[in-house]
Design a protein around this ligand. Structure first.
Ligand SMILES: [Zn+2]
Length: 257
């Protein structure tokens, strides 16, 4: 018997709020957290690295929770840093537990043994995705429709290159909801919206949308918001209110087509 990764007094890897919410939308925040299990000793990183975008999606947890309240929608939020294990990657791809992120080496992820890798999967990745799957299963069993909205945020500057988009919609096999949301977001005053950029959904770089959206045949969209837009509470509220207004409109538009 190996020692568990998470001690009893450490936070649970997943919070599931407002499951009884009446909205058709089901929200996820794969990268909302930046906690690191005590046993991993900060992954060998200086504190300031674990506050940067490489550790988490800055601002998105607050946007997701506000959006959940405004829409009366369920929201599933990950507690631990994506540097511990990336909850939006298949655990079989090498970047699941990155040895390098942007240009930062992660000492605590170097030459990780099978047991250590398995513990991160079973104690952090698996409970998170099991929570999403069980929530969606219960809705389906109750005859409730679900529309998956995967929320993320991206850094304004990556490897020295500035990004012009304020936000983006991402998709792969089913672009329906993304396309109608893209139209509505692009019509907002002063917003530059990325259409599958700076990232696009793929089976190698994503997990939540391919597994819980595409495979279940649920309408879905992955939304990326640039982090400088949602660093402070005013920006978080503005984006939550904008998405609470536009997501239902985009879904209505999608259904009509
Ligand atoms: Zn993310």
């Amino acid at each position: 018997m190996t020692e568990p990764l998470l001690a009893h007094d450490e936070p649970h890897p997943v919070t599931f709020e407002n499951e009884a919410g009446r909205s058709v939308f089901f929200l996820t925040c794969d990268h909302a957290g930046r906690a690191i299990p005590r046993r991993l000793d900060g992954l060998g990183l200086p504190e300031h690295e674990t506050e940067r975008h490489i550790a988490w999606d800055i601002g998105i947890g607050a946007v997701g929770r506000q959006l959940s309240r405004l829409l009366d929608a369920a929201v599933v939020v990950q507690t631990y840093s994506r540097l511990v294990i990336d909850c939006n990657r298949d655990p079989n791809v090498p970047s699941s537990i990155p040895e390098i992120s942007e240009t930062t080496e992660i000492p605590g992820n170097r030459d990780l043994g099978e047991m250590a890798r398995a513990a991160r999967i079973s104690e952090i990745f698996r409970p998170y995705h099991d929570t999403i799957a069980a929530g969606l299963d219960r809705r389906a069993a109750a005859g409730r429709a679900s529309v998956l909205v995967a929320l993320h945020s991206f850094t304004p500057v990556f490897k020295g290159v500035a990004r012009p988009w304020h936000a983006a919609v991402l998709y792969n096999r089913d672009p329906r909801l993304a396309r109608s949301l893209f139209k509505l977001l692009s019509a907002e005053d002063g917003l530059v919206i990325g259409d599958n950029e700076p990232y696009a959904v793929s089976d190698q770089t994503d997990y939540t949308v391919p597994v819980h959206g595409e495979r279940r045949g649920l309408p879905h969209v992955e939304i990326e918001i640039r982090q400088d837009q949602i660093t402070d509470p005013a920006g978080q509220t503005a984006w939550a209110e904008r998405l609470a207004r536009l997501l239902p409109a985009a879904y209505t538009e999608m259904v009509r087509q």
